[in-house]
Design a binder for this molecule. Sequence first.
Ligand code: NAG
Ligand code: NAG
Ligand code: NAG
Ligand code: NAG
Length: 635
Amino acid sequence: MTTIRPWLMFLLLAWNLEACLGRHGEGFHPLPQGGAVAKIYAPHAQQVSLAGSWTSWHPVDLVDVGQGWWELNMSSDPTTDYLLRVGAAYKIHIVSAGETYWRPDPWSRSQDGTPLGNSISYFDDKFHWTDSGWSMPDWNELVIYELHVGTFCAYPGWLTSATLDMCIHKLDHLVELGINAVELLPVAEFDGKVDWGYTTAYPYAVEEAYGGPDAFKRFVDACHGRGIAVLLDVVYNHLGPMDLPTWQFDGWSENGLGGIFFYNDHRAETPWAHTRPNYGLKEVRAYLIDNALFWLNAMHCDGLRVDGVSFIRLWGGTVVNRSLATFNPEGERFLKELSQAVQRTGKLLIAEDLQSNSSLTSRTHGLGFDSQWDGQFHWTVLNQLKRPDHWRSMAQLREAVLGAGEGLRRVIYTESHDEASRFRLPLAIAGRDSWVGSRLSALGSALTLLSPGIPMIFQGQDFALQEPFTAYKPTNWLHKLTHAGTFKLHQDLIKLRRNLLKTSRGLLGTGVNVTIDEEAKVLTIHRWHTEVDEAASAASAASAASGGDVFAIFNFQGQALAGYPVAFPGAVAPVAWTLAVNTADARYHNVATVFRSSELKDPGQGGPQSRERSASSLGTDAFLHPYSCQVYTLR
Ligand SMILES: *[C@@H]1O[C@H](CO)[C@@H](O)[C@H](O)[C@H]1NC(C)=O
Ligand SMILES: *[C@@H]1O[C@H](CO)[C@@H](O)[C@H](O)[C@H]1NC(C)=O
Ligand SMILES: *[C@@H]1O[C@H](CO)[C@@H](O)[C@H](O)[C@H]1NC(C)=O
Ligand SMILES: *[C@@H]1O[C@H](CO)[C@@H](O)[C@H](O)[C@H]1NC(C)=O
């Protein structure tokens, strides 16, 4: 059976071609075997043509193949093949209702960087990936670092965006920190060169100022080489609004709105622009879902974070209060199709919806996302950290830690690009380089890394950055030197969260128990992991704390507690517990952080030199430093 029958050969070829065309999808693409294909959706056009530098900008007509689609199969020619593979400028020429339009390719992989400028042909197969041995960490081991390409690795005085290649040079910092996933703010081509990235104009192109598609591949490849997964933020709740190739693409539109790719009535309105995609059209849903698959398959991303999901499944309402918005069944249908398509890749799909709606992560009756940002965790922890000690509610913090029992179906954080653009956490709590701000934000990080969920930290949180995040201000890396203690603390907590020392398997599991002492402002977290049925183990866990369990004791007030009676979990002798991290430890101090006695209401009652309050000892007496967290592991 060594010969392949001719008909089988034909089937294989046909299948290959199909796979190949399927992979290259719509838009304009040079093919591996030479030649190129163009496939454009323009239902209102009388004629669609393609013109590029290789035709001296002479338009070559596409064929109307029905249902609004236009196609062109370009045959192989050595000179043209070469030009297309190195990148040739082109545009789409559309004749519609007697008017002519020159449009960039909405599916283009690369743009020339000027508004509504030329698309640049891109040959996918020229890149040599070296990540064939890569596999994503298990989701319960993920620690995400949210990162903005334009500012992560730029230098002081840098006035434009940094590039993905510059970011590669900073990956060793992330390895040193110990995270194993980055989540990039959107990198799809946007208007201008400096932006957060939420103004996606060309969903399939990598921002030219970031280095374009090859730079993105180099970045992903380099991350994978260092054991770091790459998650990408994608924006499907609106497009643009500036520099939009899809705007009134084939000439048609209603009410002065966006035409075929968009809603042309009140549903177009979003808080950012009147450019909500028309999820009711299967061609538009495919444009966006194929885009998600493009990042996951062709660009080797390991997952996506879908921006503003509540603006897809709902229309109207305001940014802050989505309860006034109206349900959009078409948006929900799009989200379900999107999650089904991503599910088949086995990759991670995260929603940013922020409405505490557990349906989003339900596969049976909900939208089928794997996880979602937990805004409730963020807001609760932030609000509780900011308030004076006696107003700090342990019950609220317990709720934040436990969530609604979502486990990995939530991503938890105390800082993200959104909040960091208003204030960084240490500064939101207290003054610049204040001891209180530093201590309490460290507790925020500890809560994030010790609670059930997928933890995420925002760039610079690992060294207590205090300048608000803007796309124009490079990350101040000097802070890493002056706040080395904060960096070390994040390193040590991340080591525990990932169980790198094989002492803290509990943090990979779903078992969690929280106790609170509202008067003393003490909260404890017990985490455990069992391979066997969690339900069965929960019953016996009280008496069966076992290897890998983690127990953390938080003191949320500025006063030390001496001889505090701590009830360690289970019937295990307290002596079996080993102190792994104490946030009050000198090694976590920053040289830049200063203690000002004025920071505490009653200086005599707090601060490092505080009088110690003794408590009646009933359990194991512990000394709890002011604003501290002690993390114990069980041998
Ligand atoms: C282009 O080639 C594909 C694959 O052979 C074929 O299905 C399609 O009909 C062709 N399109 C045109 C316009 O010739
Ligand atoms: C949102 O608006 C509704 C209806 O006016 C109101 O009942 C609700 O309290 C508001 N929620 C918030 C968080 O403001
Ligand atoms: C939660 O989201 C689902 C899916 O879109 C929706 O059907 C449901 O009405 C939402 N629930 C609330 C309380 O908004
Ligand atoms: C959780 O804490 C409560 C209160 O201390 C205790 O009764 C219960 O046994 C604990 N459960 C587990 C599984 O440790």
